[in-house]
Design a protein around this ligand. Structure first.
Ligand code: IMP
Length: 497
């Protein structure tokens, strides 16, 4: 006989619905804050996100581009650790050295031909190139508007560029405010920045400045650099963590499908002893006992979920796992007991199988502080994969960290296992993060407004949820009509009415 048998079935997020509460001006969408703790810091404070969203530590999801763009919009991406220590540290370095608005340019020498510029432009996907001499000094700038590829193909860049003396240039303007002032007063869409010896440092584009000013939610450290979060494993952490710290990492997360282990405790304790200032996210766990164990080990946040990921076959292979809603409910109850007993609130991150805004808001209402998603972000431009055409549809590859493709890395989290825990597939391309995330966030806010909750902590305290039957789930979807947008007859003009 087993030690314990739970006869209540474990529940998924899909099985719950929120009941509306009283909406007032104080809980209108514009008054709602999505600020939420990501992880506790050593001094008892928290690192907060302004959007309760993390991108998963996966090869197909979180490289530096995802981390930069997500931090700019108030969230965070956890850089995957199934890669060499050097390449992961380089990704962290890229995030920390990212200066919003400042672009490290591709430069040309004055003798480059216009024909070569055209090839470069097509390869690079952008069309503004500064021209420098062999000492790196700025000679001019060439853009797509400065030449005709047909008429000028044999000419050199020097013959078509806008020369240095006709450019607006920022001398030693390394802070964005000064660069911005120069751009606003100047006449061009781009401002080259040079040092006192006229050597080119960077370019600042008017459109990027506008984008930067449009991102009041970005998550930065004390020096205004974007926050970098990176995953580590329980095998090579003694080598990996120092390299990541050297590169400037702010938060570490231990990437494990089953975090209720003494290996994980040892890893957390080692990091805490060597780098007490770096908060550590532990996980994944799905029980209150798992939470308590990692909390006692010193985790600053705990990730919850096993078996629910879109690419996950852990439940099929090992029979371990739990519906994400039940896992959150169990762990959040332990978190609240722990907080009452010790005075220490440890944020919970819900992870695996979160598909859309409805899932996010249910996870938050059940008590999660943030959510982590893989598939959702894998579909976007900022994920490290390239777009593919499959059967006329634009797709991106997505694979689990326990799939054959990811396990080529000896340090991957599934290294110990002789079998696969994840699969490889495709997801439909969804465009840029900034065209997707704001919609997701506004749907979360709309749900919170309906529930009469102006913050995530109010949602934790006041949300009312109900289990729904299969029939009501069906009723909650479109039914009994011919729907536009699905098949051949996807526009009213194709119908004779
Ligand atoms: P998704 O958002 O449903 O795609 O799930 C992403 C989450 O699945 C990640 O954050 C991991 O916790 C988990 N995961 C990643 N790779 C694997 C795998 O190969 N097997 C099982 N779970 C995985």
């Amino acid at each position: 006989m087993a030690g314990n048998i739970e006869w209540q079935p474990s529940r998924t997020l899909t099985e719950f619905r929120l009941l509306p509460g009283l909406t007032t001006p104080a809980t209108s969408i514009d008054s709602i804050s999505l600020t939420t703790p990501l992880v506790r810091t050593a001094n008892g404070g928290t690192v907060n996100l302004r959007a309760p969203i993390l991108a998963a530590a996966m090869q197909a999801v979180s490289g530096s581009s995802m981390a930069i763009q997500l931090a700019k919009q108030g969230g965070a991406a956890m850089i995957f650790c199934s890669q060499s220590i050097e390449s992961q540290a380089a990704m962290v370095d890229r995030i920390k050295s990212y200066k919003a608005g400042f672009v490290e340019p591709r430069t040309l020498s004055p003798g480059t031909t216009i024909r070569e510029v055209e090839i470069l432009r097509r390869e690079a996907g952008f069309s503004t190139f500064p021209v420098i001499d062999s000492e790196g000094r700025l000679l001019g700038l060439i853009t797509r508007r400065d030449y005709s590829s047909l008429a000028h193909g044999d000419l050199t860049v020097a013959e078509r560029m806008i020369p240095r003396d006709q450019l607006d240039v920022g001398v030693d303007a390394t802070d964005l405010e000064r660069a911005n002032a120069l751009l606003i007063n100047g006449h061009r869409a781009v401002l080259p920045i040079v040092d006192l010896e006229d050597r080119l440092l960077s370019l600042v584009f008017r459109k990027d400045i506008e984008d930067h000013l449009d991102n009041p939610d970005q998550i930065v450290d004390q020096d205004k650099r974007l926050i970098a979060t990176a995953a580590v494993n329980t095998h090579d952490y003694r080598d990996r963590v120092p390299a990541l710290v050297e590169a400037g990492v702010d938060i570490l997360g231990i990437d494990s499908s089953d975090g209720f282990s003494s290996y994980q405790r040892d890893t957390i304790e080692w990091i805490r002893s060597q780098y007490p200032e770096i908060p550590v996210i532990g996980g994944n766990v799905i029980t209150g006992a798992g939470f308590e164990y990692l909390a006692d080990a010193g985790a600053g946040a705990i990730k919850v979920g096993m078996g629910g990921g879109s690419i996950c076959i852990t439940q099929e292979q090992k029979g371990t796992g739990r519906g994400l809603a039940s896992a959150i409910i169990g762990v959040v109850a332990a978190r609240d007991r722990y907080a009452a007993r010790t005075g220490t609130y440890i944020p919970v991150i819900a992870d695996g199988g979160i598909v859309n805004s409805k899932d996010v808001v249910i996870a938050l209402a059940l008590g999660a502080d943030t959510v982590m998603m893989g598939r959702y972000f894998a579909r976007m431009d900022e994920s490290p994969t390239t777009k593919l055409q499959i059967n006329g549809r634009t797709m991106k590859a997505y694979w689990g960290e326990g799939s054959a493709r990811a396990r080529e890395w000896s340090t991957a989290r599934y290294r110990h296992a002789a079998f696969l825990e994840g699969v490889e597939g495709f997801v439909e391309y969804a465009g840029k993060l900034r065209d997707n995330l704001p919609q997701l966030l506004s749907k979360i806010k709309a749900a919170m407004a309906s529930c009469g909750c102006a913050s995530i902590s109010e949602l934790h305290d006041r949300a009312e949820l109900e289990l729904v039957s299969d029939l009501s789930i069906r009723e909650g979807k479109v039914h009994d009509i011919w729907q536009f947008g699905g098949g051949e007859r996807d526009s009213l003009s194709n119908w004779s009415v």
